[in-house]
Design a protein around this ligand. Sequence first.
Ligand code: ASP
Ligand code: MG
Length: 460
Amino acid sequence: MLETKVVKVGGGCLRGKKRIARILDLVSERGRGQVFVVSALYGITDRLIEGMKRAVQEEADIPPLITRIRNQHTLVARHVISKGPSLRDYNRDLNRTLGELERLYYGLNFTGEITPRIRDVISSYGERFSAQLLAAAVRSRGIPCTYLLPEKIGIVTDGKYGDATARVRKTGQNLKARVIPLAKKGTILFIPGFYGVSEEGQITTFGRGGSDYSAAVVAAALKASALEIWKDVAGYLSADPGFVTGARLIPVLSYTEAAELSYFGAKILHPRTIEPLKNTSLDITIKNTLEPDAPGSRITPRGARSGQVVKSVAHDTDIGILKVHASGVGARPGILAQITGELSKRGINIKSVVTSQTCISLLLSREDLEAGYKVLRTLHPRPFQRLERAEDIALIGIVGDGLVRSKGVAAKCFSAVARAGVNIEMGSFGPSRAALYFIVRNRNLRNTLEAIHKTFFEGA
Ligand code: ASP
Ligand code: MG
């Protein structure tokens, strides 16, 4: 085991030159021999992806796009790197990387096609730029520091574009040779998050928000002693404070609880982050960079041993339902596969499925609802009798390990909802041992969250 920490620095804290300067102070003070896996500067990945569409259509849009990306980085660089040779070196490096990106965009324009392969290569540039910038800034303070690209050090993936999975064992062998010796010397290391490289040498990303996953891969591969996720929030809360005034920090939660909560609006960790850590006993700590000495939330393999079962009441308003009414759903082989298959063929993600004997309810992101509706309506022959959609709804989840097995939790929850005068439109209980989901009308969301929070957390 290496006595080193892996720290992930999120794009939310890499926003604006002042905030970035603070992060650099923290890294310089506390980061000797540690490995920092970084996101792109705030908004850059979106810009890179947006830029692809424009580059395909209009060659003349490429230079201004490159200029904007350059400006966003040099604006910060001038603030955090002292004038002189350090800044000149940085600018030279930046121009070289921008030159590569520019050629890729011209290539896109020439071929007229955004292939998954080129999409992943271009999307990965945000993290390259940020690692380059942060490493140059720390180095300009006279601290040994460098950045290491995933394709150079061998963060190996399965090669699936846009949604790759890392090969942790292989990556571990590579990092042992190429990262550990540097960390042992006390050098501060920056590694771009979000992507790795397949055995065939293809750049492959881990999906949007995937730098958390990258950090977990690096931590598992290095057998690190700790994994910290630096963010600009305190940690996991018992509810969204925008809806529930009494919301409080959850000090300790389990991998499973964190994974359940990740699917909701509270985007603290990418849902796949715990995957590479499954066989380790590593704790993940969420740290607020605005309050670096506060304990934050700690995520451990088994969670809190004592205390109450329910940890959080979470919600998601980005949902719509497609209700597929068909008689004897449970007795007709293949109907569910056919419907979900058609949707996934068109790239529509299904967030969840709830079925009864006469109805299959598919939970989709709101932006996919119309497209999903059209796909199913045009099926021939029709495998259903009626198709409905609804979107003024919200999904609520009560999350806590062991909740499904504890007596009375569901009853307590539903009676609180009933006392608040709210009707439950649909519910799902049991598929996960750590969560209970149900749906209410949007207008009842706040009431419902408050009622449940009061019952479980405020002793009402
Ligand atoms: N920059 C990537 C994204 O915005 C990855 C990340 O930030 O985690 O999706
Ligand atoms: Mg990002």
